[in-house]
Design a protein. Structure first.
Length: 177
């Protein structure tokens, strides 16, 4: 049966009821965060897109006034992830192999912040939330950014993660403000 350790490792600290755009400076202040490690694919941009939406650019400009930011992606495409990072003027790490902690630790050390002051923000439980929880970070699960042209597309891997997590006894919820 499932023990409490898995329950903890698979439970995000905060589940937003929407995309990363719902992560406001007020939420950051409430949780005493000084740094955010951001996933890229489907957290900041829809899969395979190379351009960041004007809304995400505006969000980055606003949130960077409150916290240090790093992009950490499992993606190996230097041209795509590097181009996104350059367009946002953010440091980045490719090939993170999340849920491995190594690249998250590298970003956290570059920010010169302790784990309790940093959040891992992503759209996936078994990569982003698990990696952040393994390192003792605050973890924030967001809804995936989707291409409006394929918005009706299903997300079988994420749906499976949510289903399995619920079977393991983890409750996904949106905390009260």
């Amino acid at each position: 049966m499932v023990n409490g350790r898995w329950d903890h490792l698979l439970s995000p600290s905060l589940v937003l009821g929407g995309t990363i755009l719902e992560l406001t400076p007020e939420v950051v202040k409430t949780h005493h965060l000084q740094g955010l490690i951001l996933d890229v694919d489907e957290t900041l941009v829809p899969l395979k897109q190379r351009q960041v939406s004007p809304e995400v650019v505006a969000w980055i400009e606003e949130i960077r006034q409150h916290v240090a930011l790093w992009l950490v992606s499992n993606n190996l495409s230097e041209s795509r992830i590097g181009g996104i990072a350059e367009s946002l003027n953010l440091p980045y790490i490719l090939g993170a192999r999340k849920p491995s902690r190594r690249k998250l630790r590298q970003a956290m050390e570059a920010m010169q912040l302790p784990p309790e002051a940093v959040a891992m923000v992503g759209d996936r439980l078994f990569t982003d939330a698990l990696a952040g929880n393994r390192l003792g970070l605050f973890t924030i699960l967001v809804e995936p950014m989707v291409d409006p042209l394929i918005a009706a597309r299903s997300y079988p891997i994420r749906n499976f993660e949510v289903w399995l997590t619920q079977k393991l006894g983890v409750t996904l919820y949106k905390p009260e403000s």
